[in-house]
Structure formats: structure tokens, C-alpha cells
Design a protein. Structure first.
Ligand code: ADE
Ligand code: ZN
Length: 329
């Protein structure tokens, strides 16, 4: 069966960690450029190491991989490679995350990180018309104090960031740990999103909504355990940025055939399709859509509804949303 139509479909990506788009080939190139030792000899060895049984297995390798990013050009090259993929797959608007603490903790300046990223995003818009909004994530395994410190470093660059998010190890780090720093971010005019209900319980989705006042929930697949929450998501239209291949790679679902994204779609939740960390999980946007077609018999109508949800859930302005909708119809 050909799934070319899924590649051709104009798409919007709302849940993508730029550090998670670091392909092993680029990892080796940057390691060499920056004289950094990798615990692998070949690209094949790296890919073989990508066997995970839970989120933390992945995070340990992901933070190690990010060590090869040192100077502005490295961040530029990382983002550029992601945008090339977007162009090939007809992804026309993106709202990527970056994890500044992963780099500032190694002595890289915030300015180096954000300049490399935003220059590539600007060039991608000029060359391919891919629009973007950038989201800065706090690492939830780290302290509230550390999150406040990185927010202070971001203040001179707020014109380049649309919002803040919350990622890394979910269990044991509930959203409310960051209530005060999210309140400060909102005071600064930033929007908020948070990973919740990936490995953690539905309760974390409630606290992300009520305490962090998020505009979207990242993942959120555990919402299905709580009927009251499902009703709330349908009534309020709070979107979920779901990542199918990530969920099977990290054993959130044992098999794609057990994934609940289409069930939630049919129940009226604003679910969207995203790739999360495509270099680690075996695919970008098209591959995620193809997985749903193959294993869940997703129809064309469902695919288009998923994209329409992404357009509506995005932080693009009304004119841009209209343009993307017109591409779809
Ligand atoms: N950081 C990168 N990918 C992540 C994920 N899937 N969950 C939490 N933190 C992450
Ligand atoms: Zn994520």
C-alpha cells in the first residue's frame, strides 16, 4: 500500500525536541568537529543502543548525545537538518522545543544556543516558507530554582520565544513543582505547555491545566483513565500533542495497535500527531502518520482532522492558520 498521500498532506508539528532530532551521522560529525569522545565507534552501534524500556532509558542517552552541541553553528546545523526533513515531508509550520539547561549546565551560553536555533528557523522560513514558534522547556528533574535561573537568562530574548514547556523525567516530578516559575513566565507574556500523562498519571494532566494554566498538554495519553478529565478536554478543547512512535518506543503502549489516539479523536478530544524525538524513535511526521494508517487503519478523513486539530492548536496567528487550512482543503 502506498502512503505517499500522507507525505503530501500539509502538516504542522507541535511536539518536537530539537535535541531529539540529532541523527547519529550529525552526532559523529559534531563530535569530531568539537573533539568530543563518544562511547560509540559507528553509526550502527549508536542505532543499536536505541532500545528503551522506559522514558529514563531514553533520556540518559539523549542528554549524552546533546554533549556534541557546543558552538552556535552546531545548533544551527541541528535545526537546519530538522527543517530539511520538514520540507521533504510537507511540514509547513513547527513549534519546536529546546532544553537550554542541558547546554547551560555544560557552560554553553544561552545566547549561543538561541542565536543558532533562531537563525536556522529564520532561514528555513525564507528558503522553504516553514513558519515557526519556539518553546523553551524547563527540565523537571532539576529544581525550581534552576528553572527560575534559566527563565532569567531568557529574558533578553523573549521576542524569540512564544512560550515555556516542561519536559524530562515525569514520575515523581509533578507539574505543581513549577507553579511559581510558570506564573512568572505568564507574567512575562509567555504561553505555557507541559508534558503530562506520558508515563505519569492523569492527575498530572489536571495539575498542568489547573496550576500551570497550559494551552496544550504534551502527550496526555493517560487522560483515557479519567472520564471526568476526558469530558473536560472535550469541553475546553485543550489539545493533546500525541507522539505515536515515541509512545511505542518508550513502551507507553506495547504495540501501535493498542494506541488510543484514534479512540480519543473519535471521542472528540483535540488530539494531534507529532514526532517528539524522531532521530531516536524511528521516524518524523510522515512515519508517525503512516504508523497510524498501517496499525490503526486511520482513514483519510481522520488524518485530515488530525492536521486540522494541529492547525487550530498551534500558536500561529489567525492569518497563518487560514493559509495552512487552505493548503489542506
Ligand atoms: N525530552 C525529550 N523527549 C521527551 C519525552 N518524550 N518526555 C519527556 N521529556 C522529553
Ligand atoms: Zn516530548
Amino acid at each position: 500500500m502506498s502512503y505517499d498521500w500522507l507525505n503530501a498532506l500539509p502538516k504542522v508539528e507541535l511536539h518536537l525536541h530539537l535535541e531529539g532530532s540529532l541523527e547519529p551521522e550529525l552526532m559523529f560529525e559534531l563530535a569530531q568537529r568539537n573533539n568530543i569522545d563518544l562511547p560509540f565507534q559507528t553509526v550502527d552501534q549508536v542505532r543499536k543502543a536505541y532500545e528503551f524500556s522506559k522514558l529514563q532509558d531514553f533520556l540518559d542517552i539523549y542528554y549524552q548525545g546533546a554533549n556534541v552541541l557546543v558552538v552556535e553553528q552546531d545548533f544551527y546545523d541541528l535545526v537546519w537538518a530538522y527543517l530539511e526533513k520538514c520540507h521533504q515531508q510537507n511540514v509547513v509550520h513547527v513549534e519546536p522545543f529546546f532544553d537550554p539547561q542541558t547546554h547551560t549546565d555544560r557552560g554553553i551560553s544561552f545566547e549561543v544556543i538561541i542565536n543558532g536555533i533562531t537563525q536556522a528557523l529564520k532561514d528555513g522560513e525564507l528558503k522553504w516558507g516553514i513558519s515557526s514558534e519556539l518553546i523553551m522547556c524547563f527540565l523537571r528533574h532539576d529544581s525550581e530554582e534552576a528553572a527560575f535561573a534559566v527563565l532569567a537568562q531568557a529574558e533578553p530574548f523573549l521576542d524569540q520565544i512564544v512560550g515555556v514547556g516542561l519536559d524530562s523525567s515525569e514520575r515523581g516530578h509533578p507539574p505543581e513543582k513549577f507553579s511559581r516559575v510558570f506564573a512568572k513566565a505568564r507574567e512575562l507574556g509567555l504561553l505555557t505547555v507541559a508534558h503530562a500523562g506520558e508515563e505519569g498519571p492523569a492527575e498530572y494532566i489536571w495539575t498542568a491545566i489547573n496550576d500551570l494554566k497550559v494551552s496544550r498538554i504534551d502527550h496526555g495519553v493517560r487522560a483515557i483513565d479519567d472520564a471526568k478529565l476526558m469530558n473536560h478536554l472535550v469541553a475546553t478543547k485543550i489539545p493533546l500533542t500525541v507522539c505515536p512512535l515515541s509512545n511505542t518506543k518508550l513502551c507507553v503502549f506495547d504495540d501501535m495497535s493498542e494506541h488510543n489516539i484514534l479512540q480519543m479523536l473519535e471521542e472528540g478530544v483535540c488530539v494531534t500527531v507529532n514526532s517528539d524525538d524522531p532521530a531516536y524513535f524511528g521516524g518524523y511526521m510522515t512515519e508517525n502518520f503512516v504508523a497510524l494508517a498501517q496499525d490503526l487503519a486511520m482513514s483519510k478523513e481522520q488524518a485530515k482532522k488530525l492536521v486540522r486539530n494541529s492547525i487550530e492548536a498551534s500558536f500561529a496567528d489567525a492569518a497563518r492558520k487560514q493559509k495552512i487550512l487552505a493548503l489542506l482543503d
